[in-house]
Design a protein around this ligand. Sequence first.
Ligand code: GDP
Ligand code: MG
Length: 377
Amino acid sequence: MATPCPSFLSTLSLRSKPSLAQPHRLVSTGLSKPRFTCRAGQTGFFTRLGRLIKEKAKSDVDKLFSGFSKTRDNLAVIDELLLYWNLADTDRVLDELEEALLVSDFGPKITIKIVETLREDILSGKLKSGSEIKDALKKSVLDLLNTKGNKTELQLGFRKPAVIMVVGVNGGGKTTSLGKLAHRLKSEGVKVLMAAGDTFRAAASDQLEIWAERTGCEIVVSEGEKAKASSVLSQAVKRGKEQGYDVVLCDTSGRLHTNYSLMEELIACKKAVAKVLPGAPNEILQVLDGTTGLNMLPQAREFNDVIFPSIPFYIEMVKVVGITGLILTKLDGSARGGCVVSVVDELGIPVKFVGVGEGVEDLQPFDAEAFVDAIFS
Ligand code: GDP
Ligand code: MG
């Protein structure tokens, strides 16, 4: 059934595509009634939602476990080493442990820190067996994640609708992650609107429309070619506000941190959204391709603080995109899951979700403890 289109949408040539799957019902796939019935606007709606999503992660560790199978295989050698460990063998065992961590992309800084701490604790007699060494290894990885990236829950503010933007380079998994996130939110009974802010590639909004149909969400797409991304996003947020949506999920075009005009566009999107809804976007999630391992680091770092050569005076200006969290994708296809730890340690930005497959259910809220168990089982 078609949704009446408010006048502001038609005048600005934006159309709202109702999904085929009864867009107005809060009930989502496989559920007889919404599980999360508290409406936005009531105190703590988004806080509770964030917590609920996080709790689900704990009960769904199997998915995380299978998603990290390649990294686990890479690290399985540690178990063999520690099984036959004895004090005389310490140097050889620690050398091999170091190599296993490096191959899995923990990065040299973290690897050396972990290995040297283990060496000290072994030599001082604090660690006396292979299993104690393994527990100490797991604890040190967990501590690293908790120190710099413990805010893994979505922070959606207090005002309805909450706005989430995904940003990152082409092919990283932005649109797919947005679709999976929509599914997760819908299955908690949240009313979700999608915004096809990737106006750069013609096929991009078609791809998001498929996700809208699959997840039973409505979507705002630009009608004409060359629509401004900022205009699509601000209209979507307006619509979200007027029609009582809980969350607006904004897709954006893929860009490199070195592409200044596209980075400018991203900042324009952020401003346009904030103009409609002060405080929005609540989350700007940078999507990083896990198969690139440590290579994602420079890109991730520079994306946040972009230095623009401003013409004609070439005065350097620093504009901050303001990434609030990371989504690491394709970890199911990567044996380099250690990059999760290096990224958190280097950037000090929490990982909020990990992509562990191409299916609708394959976006897992990141839980540091479950992650450590999944890679060092
Ligand atoms: P975008 O350009 O950043 O929007 O990237 P897309 O969402 O179009 O994704 C690019 C490709 O990566 C698609 O083929 C997705 O199916 C795939 N992809 C995205 N996330 C994951 C993931 O977590 N695991 C796997 N195996 N593939 C993924
Ligand atoms: Mg895309």
